[in-house]
Design a protein around this ligand. Structure first.
Ligand SMILES: O=c1ccn([C@H]2C[C@H](O)[C@@H](CO)O2)c(=O)[nH]1
Ligand SMILES: [Zn+2]
Length: 135
């Protein structure tokens, strides 16, 4: 599946977002190496800190379906931002660990602005599993 198609998948996922508090809907489409696509939307909660972003929903869905870190070829995220959406810090951490350094990440919005980056570029000097090895 190409990037244009993945953007359409992310836009469709975005419409499923549960956002009674922010009304800010975000969608994600995560392409696995075998061609399967996992979708994510943000899911909010009255206890605001429990809100889960679209990016993490997509990765957690893939993991719950048996996929492993490194099984992914591309992540596309779409939000209703002025420019391309910028994932939050929590999502950058999860994208890096489950997607791997080189994972292509395509950030876009409803008006067609696109920023193509990678998981590692989105989180310089990241904390990771390697930092736990010296305990
Ligand atoms: O990249 C982002 C940024 C924000 N949100 C969600 C979290 C919350 O539900 C709402 C406002 O922050 O948007 C995402 O899902 N992804
Ligand atoms: Zn996030």
């Amino acid at each position: 599946m190409n990037t244009e198609q993945l953007i359409e998948e992310a836009k469709a996922a975005r419409l499923k977002a549960y956002t009674p508090y922010s009304s800010f809907k975000v969608g994600a489409a995560l392409l696995a190496s075998d061609g399967r696509v996992f979708h994510g939307c943000n899911v909010e909660n009255a206890s605001y800190g429990l809100c889960n972003c679209a990016e993490r929903t997509a990765f957690f869905s893939a993991i719950a379906h048996g996929y492993k870190p490194g099984d992914f070829d591309k992540l596309v995220v779409v939000g209703e931002t002025d420019g391309p959406i910028a994932p939050c810090g929590a999502c950058r951490q999860v994208i890096l660990e489950l997607g791997g350094n080189a994972l292509p990440v395509v950030l876009t919005n409803l008006t067609g602005d696109v920023f193509e980056t990678t998981a590692a570029a989105q989180l310089p000097n990241a904390f990771g599993g390697q930092d736990l090895q010296r305990r």
